[in-house]
Write a protein that binds this ligand. Structure first.
Ligand code: GUN
Length: 291
């Protein structure tokens, strides 16, 4: 049995951020302003607060403008929509990201539908989801699946004709991931919680993307020898040491490493790619908007 390789998403993301940082000064010189990313955080969820802080820091590091809008958890739907409309109308804002999940009394879909599709750097608006589905290259594509695709292409080159199984059918990862792989001419299967004999479905795959949010659900024995595995999961579980927690993926990596050609670790695989692609989407949106 040979040990598979770990895909260094952290290094790839650092390279991508470096290339973005190289391009930003040209934009500033030509347009007389920095590309701007507005991040809206509603409430005090600790995990969301950490993400938003990291996004702000990464945005500034590549030379772009970071605008943070923190609003209390009890903000009304109307007030939140009004804020998004103000950001739509603000010419210094190229990208708008509303951190999800929103508190229960707010309607995620209605808020996302308010974002100007040209500023929708998350790629969640139905206009961008539709463009991705029909293969329109002007789509803004959700950051996590686009980051996964970049890692896969870097690892494997041409993906044409490969069997890909995406586990998970969320609008944020699973569905756009499947669309992207289809766009690369893969044979794509989406597996999910109701899939019969998921082990044998996964065993067909040259490429496995696991995005279900269930700790170490994908077992090593499910993986076809030599497959490439992208683990999108970020699950906090109790650690061996009493009272401590640790982060694990959706794949049982210690088993899977014996079967795969390559696999993304958790942490340090897909996670760092999401913010790097968000910066990339913001730069793309800024160039398109500035003409
Ligand atoms: N919450 C978890 N991931 C994401 C993301 O990629 N975008 C937004 N807006 N919220 C998130």
């Amino acid at each position: 049995m040979t040990l598979g390789k770990e895909i260094d998403g952290k290094a790839f993301a650092a390279g991508l951020r470096g290339r973005i940082a190289d391009i930003v000064p040209g934009f500033v010189a030509q347009k007389g302003r920095k590309p701007g990313l507005a991040v809206v955080l509603v409430g005090e969820d600790p995990a969301s607060s950490v993400y938003v802080r990291s996004k702000g820091k990464a945005t500034v590091e590549v030379g772009m403008e970071s605008l943070e809008f923190k609003r209390p958890a009890m903000i009304s739907q109307e007030e939140l929509i009004e804020l998004v409309e103000e950001l739509n109308a603000d010419d210094s804002v190229d990208g708008i990201l509303v951190q999800l999940p929103l508190p229960k009394h707010l309607d995620d879909a209605a808020v996302i539908a308010t974002i100007d599709p040209a500023k929708d750097v998350d790629g969640f608006h139905v206009v961008n989801a539709g463009k991705l589905a029909v293969g329109d290259p002007t789509a803004l594509v959700p950051c996590t699946p686009l980051g996964c695709l970049m890692l896969l292409k870097d690892e494997l080159g041409d993906l044409s004709g490969k069997e890909a199984v995406v586990i998970g059918r969320s609008n944020i990862v699973g569905k756009p991931m499947a669309q992207l792989l289809l766009g690369e001419s893969c044979t794509v299967t989406i597996a999910h919680s109701r899939t019969h004999d998921i082990a044998s479905v996964v065993h067909r795959a040259d490429i496995v993307v696991a995005a279900v949010g269930r700790p170490e659900m994908v077992k090593g024995s499910w993986i076809k020898p030599g497959a490439t595995v992208i683990d999108v999961g970020i699950n906090r579980v109790p650690a061996e040491e009493e009272g401590k927690t640790k982060i694990v993926g959706d794949v049982a990596t210690a088993e899977a490493i014996n079967h795969v050609a390559a696999i993304t670790p958790v942490p340090g695989g897909v996670g760092p790619m999401t913010i790097a692609v968000l910066l990339r989407n913001t730069l793309v949106a800024a160039h398109v908007r500035a003409g």
